[in-house]
Design a protein around this ligand. Structure first.
Ligand SMILES: [Zn+2]
Length: 283
């Protein structure tokens, strides 16, 4: 009987059932030693590409596999999401730097006269912010400082802060939306996590498509940018509907009607989260 060299458990296959070490009684050759090293990388690579490919062309399949327990051959949902969003925001910041060097226009135009008029008072000087609502002592200096800074750099640092805060906002948006989805998929009963996994997966897909679009626009002539961005829209729609149909195994008609009403909810939640993110970025 062969036993595991690591933990001495009797072996019933090439891997140890107790600790997972692969059984390999020979002293490794130099070539095998190097092969082991490269295999670790190529295997990780193939897993990544397989996951990204499936994510792009088979809506709903990846979270379905995950929930069915078929997990070894794909990246887990949250890791995939983090990887894709980090990549997306990295590309976006490179893109902003490129377009900054090309043309000297700010991302957000700031009106010099009236930055904020919640207090309703007359304003003649820039950044003479009037505000007399709740938490005035706390908010007023912060708004003033943000306004002055926005005037100095044409809103560049404010928009940077906003973009940096969007990923945090997404971590609020996805659970919120997943929770409301429970009402749309009441029967058969599903776990909150089931909805959340689908949302994490779908958002990964959209950020991945966004990354591809941003990268393609570096290569393609400017005339094709519009059509490319326009083509993403039907893809996104079709992707989301199909993901619902595949993941929840419901009919096309039902999936489309649920999708329609869910889009309204998602839109409202998105606005809510983005406005909150904007306010948080100012403060
Ligand atoms: Zn073992």
């Amino acid at each position: 009987m062969t036993q595991c060299q690591n933990c001495s458990t009797p072996l019933s296959g090439p891997y140890c059932a107790q600790c997972g070490q692969k059984h390999n009684p020979k002293i490794p050759s130099v070539l095998g030693f190097l092969g082991e090293f490269t295999e670790a990388f190529t295997h990780a690579d193939s897993r990544l590409w397989r996951t990204l490919g499936l994510l792009l062309v088979r809506p709903g399949e990846l979270p379905k596999h995950y929930f069915a327990g078929q997990r070894a051959q794909f990246l887990p949902p949250l890791r995939l999401y983090l990887l894709v969003t980090i990549g997306f925001f990295l590309l976006l910041s490179i893109d902003a730097r490129i377009s900054d060097s090309e043309v000297d226009t700010p991302l957000i135009e700031v009106k010099t006269e009236q930055p904020s008029d919640e207090g309703g008072a007359e304003q003649t000087q820039p950044c003479d912010v009037q505000y007399s609502g709740p938490a005035q002592d706390y908010l007023l200096p912060k708004i003033k400082r943000a306004c002055e800074q926005a005037l100095n750099d044409n809103g560049a640092s404010l928009s940077q802060r906003f973009v940096a805060n969007v990923p945090k906002g997404m971590f609020v948006l996805m659970p919120l939306f997943a929770a409301t989805m429970m009402l749309w998929y009441w029967r058969p009963r599903r776990y909150f996590m089931e909805h959340l996994i689908l949302q994490v997966s779908n958002h990964s897909a959209m950020f991945l498509v966004g990354s591809i679009v941003v990268s393609l626009e570096w290569i393609l002539p400017a005339g094709l940018h519009g059509p490319l961005e326009l083509a993403v829209l039907p893809y996104g729609l079709f992707y989301c509907v199909t993901s619902l149909r595949v993941y929840y195994e419901q009919s096309r008609v039902l999936s489309w009607s649920k999708f329609g009403s869910l889009m309204i909810v998602y839109g409202l939640l998105l606005i809510l989260v983005l406005v909150t993110t904007g306010i948080a970025s100012i403060i």
